[in-house]
Design a protein. Sequence first.
Length: 248
Amino acid sequence: MSLIVLDNITTVLVHTSHPGNIGSSARAMKTMGLSNLTLVHPQIYPDAEANALASGAEDVLESARIVPTLEQALSGASVVFGCSARKRGIRMQELDARSAAKLAVDAAVNGKVAFVHGTERTGLTNEELELCQFLVTIPANPEYSSLNLAAAVQVLSYELRMEALSRGEPAESDEPHIPASVEDLERFFEHLEQVLDLIGFLGDRVSTKLMRRLRRMYQRAMPDEREVNILRGILTETEIAVRGRGQR
Ligand code: SAH
């Protein structure tokens, strides 16, 4: 399923040193429905290894923007998330990947959003992070928290997809829910009261209060016509069963 909101989100890879990581990132993105990739001054690119590891996601590589500076990569973006394995000494708002995805999907409804990833060995520099509003960390094992670049892209792309999926995508059935008519429900309530009386559930008690509660409960459920028919069917079968028992 394609999720339109994800089209407003770009993954930016800064000074990537291994072309294989660029290919694997493209693949990671495509599996989650993301397609915008920007490469800032990649060290070796294009390269056969990038294509080999993209394996089916070459379209993401082919449409990738290649720019010399991070400033250029971010032109037009209104919200920018910088990803890092470690907390940095600089003052900026820190978020985990899931909270960042929530904020990003909110922002992507009306504007452009970017997730920026640093170079493999050293990550983003403080100057690069200064161009970002938020610092995003995947809460990994504190003793070994640095993910492979493409693995980090995968986790973030997954969180973005999950967040986009959780927003008002059509439910499993596209059939509109049409509640049964008041008349249908009234006939059901009458029938219900008769059967409750028949099986001795009402006994000597005044049924008004009980019926009012039951009515409220069924009204809250807003059954459709088919569901009311099922309920009526159960009542009819109950009548038959009770009468049959009486005759025995
Ligand atoms: N020591 C570097 C690791 C670089 S790994 C650092 O502290 O960031 C290359 C890139 O992968 C990082 O720049 C970041 O974009 C991403 N990355 C790796 N591990 C991550 C994590 N735990 N949380 C968020 N991003 C991570």
